[in-house]
Design a protein around this ligand. Structure first.
Ligand code: GLA
Length: 696
């Protein structure tokens, strides 16, 4: 049910605008550092993330510290009214550290120890690295903890990857002993190691998965990934001990990532676990705008989905920690954001729950790997170029939007995303190697709501389902008995649940359920999946649903109905005319099963029926064509609605109510023409009942 409270992610009552600032690359150029301050003021920058990779500048030799430059940076930023997000430097270490303590270097899955270089490549178990990072973090907290400019801690940078060194192997075995209560038989049973004679008779025989060794035990692979998440969190927890102790008032974040091509959630770590250890979620968004494989609107929809996931992790506003004001240097083709796109994409982030627009990076590096990565300030230091001007425009507008800070996005629809399920599905030998596409499938279901401007939370399994009216859990292959019971309770109490093909097949150990479909699922859905047919990429089938035929590809589940109503049937193959889509009344709720992977139009039509049935509505009704997205944030007293044109053409939109244009302060309504990439942000006052408390 709608909640309108504000939840502040920082103490700031303004939208953060700024980004990664690396003055440590310019310490011999005081003129440039001085120019930075002037340019920051000009472009309405109020927050700088400092020190992300500054360890060598802070501790050039072991035990020799240089903080003076950072003292000045703090004071300078504060002098222009700015705030600092201070990073801990563990994302990249000085060469002296790797040389003296080689155990900090990562060992890859082939068991080869890496040389010093790059970044993001330390062992998470090494006690030396843990000690060193904690020590320098303590010095930072002691020195800057009370500085009035300090806003937030940015711990390390984009944690990810794994280490297979002996220390990690030992830690993994200890983790397993704890998980399986020191019972090796229990581990063997959970991993089904009797298969291919893989039974372990001693804990010491267990090794992390490797392409040159064991990689065929699904339970091992899954537990290893769980361990990698836990070990990364344990490293993080070790980093923040002095921060919590000395600066309990300063919130802590670390920047999450996305896997780029399809902009799906980062696969390497289970962020639903990590989120519990953070005060604020932040993430780095680098969508490939204007690419040659999808429309701008399709990409915008994916951006919407991932934002809705990262926001839902803590059910509070998040921070956009990095984005480029122009282009990156690591896409296959590094295309510049077209005029207007930076403003539009920034507004989209705010619309989905971000309380910041922060860039990588403030000033372009002069040399090395990132010298051509987009930045607010280019090598020529000029302010009259397109990028600087667009950033300035964003900064100016954000100032008018401070009322949005801390506001929420209540949703009545949730889509369930599960990292463990994704790992297990990707690992499974079966179905088809290339077409599992679990996160992409969720986006397919998200589309219908995005197109109708209906807010969606993308939640993970530990969330409370009862606040939603509609819960969509596609391809939930791995599902524990406990989760099945919670889904059942959700439906029994009146919720509407949608599940699909390849769901409810294995338990949390990736062991198949033995009794066919789980009894609770059978009762809830009033049917049972009998077999799953996997199609070749060029194979097609179709489903007849409510008078129309919809194309099916990749997967089709043969269904045996008990109490369910048949809503759609297959049209071809040996299962022609058998049930493909079913619904079942269970308790006070309804459970739908979609047996095959169907085209987008099916989802539009299928969910349209549910939207009507459940009376799901947008926050502000705006009539518009394809490629326009309307998203909202809700404050206790008003709604902030973003009307965004993600197409290359002008679009006519019709607002049925009078609202205030936040940029011009003018009242608008009726028919409005949006230019290519144009965005309107409007304020819609909410009716407040006479007692001034109950909010409609
Ligand atoms: C990541 C890193 C940054 C920078 C950018 C470039 O997000 O965190 O340090 O390298 O990529 O896009």
């Amino acid at each position: 049910m709608p909640r309108y409270e504000r939840t502040y992610t920082t103490q700031a009552n303004f939208i953060l605008h700024g980004g990664d600032y690396n003055p440590d690359q310019w310490l011999d150029r005081p003129d440039i550092l001085q120019a930075d301050l002037e340019l920051m003021k000009l472009s309405h920058i109020n927050t700088l993330t400092v020190g992300v990779f500054a360890w060598s500048a802070l501790e050039p030799e072991e035990g020799v510290y240089r903080f003076e430059w950072l003292d000045k940076v703090f004071d300078d930023i504060y002098s222009i009214g700015g705030r600092v997000i201070l990073a801990t430097p563990s994302g990249a270490r000085p060469a002296w550290l790797s040389k003296k303590y080689p155990e900090v270097l990562r060992v890859n899955a082939e068991r080869v120890r890496q040389l010093h270089g790059g970044r993001h490549n330390h062992c998470f178990t090494s006690s030396v690295y843990r000690e060193k990072t904690q020590h320098i973090n303590r010095l930072l907290a002691e020195r800057y903890g009370d500085h009035p400019a300090l806003l937030m801690w940015h711990v390390s940078n984009e944690y990810g990857g794994e280490c297979h060194c002996n220390l990690c192997q030992e830690a993994f075995r200890e983790w397993l002993k704890k998980k399986y209560n020191h019972d090796l038989d229990a581990l063997n049973a959970a991993w089904w190691t009797s298969f291919w004679s893989h039974t372990y008779t001693d804990w010491a025989q267990i090794e992390s998965p490797s392409p040159i060794g064991e990689h065929t035990i699904h339970g091992l692979n899954l537990d290893w990934k769980r361990f990698v998440t836990d070990q990364t969190i344990s490293f993080f927890e070790n980093e923040i001990v002095p921060l919590r102790e000395l600066t309990p008032h300063i919130p802590i974040t670390t920047n999450f990532m996305a896997d780029t091509h399809d902009l799906i959630p980062f696969q390497g770590l289970d962020y639903s676990k990590f989120a519990k250890h953070l005060d604020v979620i932040s993430w780095d968004a680098y969508p490939a705008w204007h690419n040659d494989w999808e429309s701008t609107a399709d990409l915008a929809m994916k951006v919407g989905f991932i934002n809705d996931l990262y926001r839902s992790l803590k059910q509070q506003p998040f921070l956009l920690m990095e984005c480029t004001p122009s282009l990156v240097n690591w896409h296959k083709v590094n295309k510049a954001k077209r005029p207007g796109m930076h403003f539009l994409s920034s507004m989209q982030m705010i619309a989905h729950g971000s309380d910041s627009i922060l860039y990588f990076q403030w000033r372009k590096s002069r040399g090395s790997f990132e010298k051509f990565h987009g930045a607010v300030v280019d090598h020529d230091n000029r302010t009259d170029n397109r990028v600087f001007q667009e950033v300035t425009k964003v900064g100016k507008m954000l100032k008018k939007m401070s009322g949005i800070v801390g506001t929420s996005r209540p949703a009545e629809v949730a889509i369930l995303y599960d990292w463990e399920n994704n790992w297990a599905l990707n690992d499974v030998q079966g179905f088809a190697a290339e077409t599992k596409r679990y996160p992409q499938t969720l986006v397919q279901h998200y589309r219908a709501f995005w197109e109708h401007d209906i807010p969606v939370d993308v939640i993970t399994k530990e969330h409370d389902f009862s606040r939603y009216r509609l819960l969509i859990a596609p391809m939930l292959y791995l599902v524990s008995e406990e989760l099945i019971a919670r889904l059942k309770e959700f439906v029994a109490n009146g919720g509407t649940l949608v599940m699909t093909y390849i769901s409810g097949i294995v338990d949390e150990h990736d062991l198949a359920y033995l009794t066919g479909w789980h009894q609770d699922l059978r009762e809830m859905f009033g049917m049972e999946p009998i077999e799953t047919d996997t199609l070749y990429p060029n194979d097609r089938n179709s489903v007849h649903y409510r008078g129309r035929s919809y194309e099916l590809k990749d997967y089709a589940t043969v269904i045996k109905v008990q109490t369910a109503t048949i809503e759609g049937v297959y049209e071809e193959d040996f299962y022609a005319n058998t049930p493909a889509v079913t619904s079942n009344q269970y308790g006070k709720g309804q459970a739908y099963y979609i047996g095959g992977r169907l085209e987008d139009q099916f989802h539009r039509d299928f969910y349209q029926v549910l939207m009507e049935k459940l009376n799901l509505r947008p926050i502000l009704f705006v009539k518009h064509g394809k490629g326009v997205s309307v998203q909202a944030r809700q404050a206790p007293e008003c709604d902030y609605v973003f009307i965004m044109n993600f197409t290359e053409e002008k679009q006519t939109v019709v607002l049925e109510e009078k609202v205030k244009n936040l940029f011009t302060d003018k009242e608008i309504g009726g028919e409005i023409i949006l230019d290519k990439y144009e965005v309107l942000v409007v304020e819609k006052k909410r009716e407040i009942h006479s007692n001034n408390k109950s909010i409609k």
